[in-house]
Design a protein around this ligand. Structure first.
Ligand SMILES: [Zn+2]
Ligand SMILES: [Zn+2]
Length: 225
């Protein structure tokens, strides 16, 4: 299916993936309109807050295997269209835009020896022909001068998370990842969108089993409640 879509992309004039204006894959106005996240936020999960807090309503009482989570932009309608085009239409150059946004907003966490990414679901990865989180990790690794380390593997596919409650999401991903090789003490875990933290939480658990003592999560976008 994606072959047909890619062929169409070659034939048709380039249009903005957000507003459909002709000329660029992402027009200046739509990029400028990305809702960029900045402090104050929750020190732990990165949710925007009225002032800097150690824990927030969203993450307090939850056991999370990562030390912190940060994202460049909030997941609004424009960002949703951008991520969809990037992930589902296979527009790989958008990964570079996402990495630029992260590198503009955030510095690499101190002590990080490399980047890990949420590994592809083999069935879905083949269907799309590329893997967005890995691509994002590679682009970000170039900007932060950190290596991308294949330290994380999957034990099974994850059923779709969309529409599930927090408890069901957690159950859905529990044990879905495993260490693929020994991880360094400090790592950054990269993914495209932070929704509830369940997926990156399960992935961070596996990284810590693999030897990481501290995992910091970085995503391009974050759902803000
Ligand atoms: Zn636009
Ligand atoms: Zn929080």
């Amino acid at each position: 299916m994606w072959c047909d879509v890619k062929l169409l992309d070659l034939i048709l004039p380039v249009r903005c993936v957000v507003c459909d204006a002709g000329g660029e894959q992402l027009c200046r106005a739509c990029r400028d309109a990305f809702p960029r996240l900045c402090p104050p936020w929750c020190h732990r999960c990165g949710a925007p807050t009225a002032w800097l807090v150690e824990r927030c309503r969203e993450c307090s009482g939850r056991r999370l295997a990562f030390a912190s989570a940060r994202a460049a932009v909030a997941y609004d309608e424009g960002v949703r269209r951008f991520v969809r085009a990037w992930k589902e239409r296979g527009l790989r150059s958008l990964a570079a835009v996402a990495a630029d946004e992260i590198a503009d907003a955030l510095s690499p966490p101190p002590g990080a020896a490399g980047l890990a990414f949420v590994p592809p679901d083999r069935a879905r990865g083949l269907e799309r022909g590329h893997h967005p989180a890995e691509r994002l990790a590679r682009e970000l690794g170039d900007r932060w001068a950190l290596p991308v380390l294949p330290v994380l593997g999957r034990t099974r596919p994850i059923p779709r998370q969309r529409g599930l409650s927090l408890a069901d999401r957690r159950r859905n991903v529990a044990g879905a990842f495993a260490p693929a090789r020994r991880a360094p003490a400090g790592l950054v875990l990269v993914d495209d969108v932070y929704t509830s933290g369940s997926t990156v939480g399960a992935a961070a658990t596996a990284l810590r089993k693999g030897g990481a003592r501290r995992v910091d999560v970085v995503t391009f976008a974050r759902v803000v409640r």
